[in-house]
Ligand binder design. Structure first.
Ligand SMILES: Nc1ncnc2c1ncn2[C@@H]1O[C@H](COP(=O)(O)OP(=O)(O)OP(=O)(O)O)[C@@H](O)[C@H]1O
Ligand SMILES: [Mg+2]
Length: 240
């Protein structure tokens, strides 16, 4: 379970998270929507400890992410994160790229790391691309490789930050299908997305961020069907 309690975060004079409260239980698929600069990416980077927070707490399975005593490397094994773009190592094959973290971070022997990488690449539909170099793959394939790479660490939670927004429209579907598959398998996921149809279909709950505040959170049928917050109403009207 991920517990976010009254989290505040500023960059200099700009308060980007203004007291966020949110609990994500195991197995939930939560999507976060909201305008540019509303604090969505910042929240994800705070959850996995890439960024510090000014006050409040983020607790993952009982571990306070920002406590001094917390072993962040250990915690991050639980929290897979995939961004808009991931720069693979161009001189390594897809398989070698995906094996890297299990070998270096988990210390798995080569054969085990390879077996895990093959398993996850096959899972995301890239079983035929093991020996290919990343620059020979489409954007959608590269994003699925990035997802396989995160999955190869056997995470319990996955954080996705606009993983389709750098893609050509015809490639978006294959990546969203991969996310749908993970959701249907019971992965606990927080997905920041601009894909409203996807959010509506896949989410247990959808959270709307506006200027550092979580202005509304509700199951998708409620949030999209009967939005209460005026800013959310305006946001949805503009994105339709
Ligand atoms: N490292 C940083 N240093 C200074 N300001 C930052 C930093 N990271 C983010 N910000 C600012 O914090 C605010 C929130 O940024 P954030 O990236 O969380 O927004 P977002 O909701 O993810 O937006 P988008 O939809 O455009 O990705 C923005 O005004 C941004 O400029
Ligand atoms: Mg962002």
């Amino acid at each position: 379970m991920i517990e976010i309690e009254n989290v505040r975060k500023s960059f200099g004079p700009l308060e980007v998270l203004k007291g966020i409260n949110l609990t994500v239980p195991k197995g939930e698929v939560l999507t976060i929507i909201g305008g540019s600069g509303s604090g969505k990416s910042t929240l994800l980077t705070c959850i996995n400890g890439l960024e510090g927070i000014d006050s409040g707490r983020i607790v993952v399975d009982g571990t306070d992410v920002h406590a001094k005593s917390t072993d962040l490397n250990k915690l991050r094994r639980k929290l897979g994160i995939v961004f808009q773009q991931w720069n693979a190592f161009p001189h390594l094959t897809v398989l070698e790229n995906v094996m890297l973290a299990p070998r270096k971070v988990l210390g798995l022997p080569k054969a085990e790391a390879e077996a895990m990488a093959v398993k996850q690449l096959t899972h995301v539909g890239l079983g035929e691309k093991l020996k290919v170099y990343p620059n020979r793959m489409s954007g959608g394939q590269q994003q699925r490789m990035a997802i396989a790479r995160a999955l190869a660490m056997s995470p319990e939670y996955m954080l996705f930050d606009e993983v389709t927004s750098a893609l050509d429209p015809q490639l978006v579907g294959e990546v969203l299908d991969t996310l749908r598959m993970l959701a249907s398998e019971g992965m606990t996921m927080i997905c920041v997305t601009h894909e409203m149809k996807f959010a509506r279909e896949v989410s247990d709950r959808v959270a709307f961020f506006h200027k550092g505040v979580m202005a509304e959170i509700a199951p998708p049928e409620e949030l999209f069907g009967a939005p209460k917050d005026p800013e959310l109403q305006a946001f949805l009207a503009a994105t339709h």
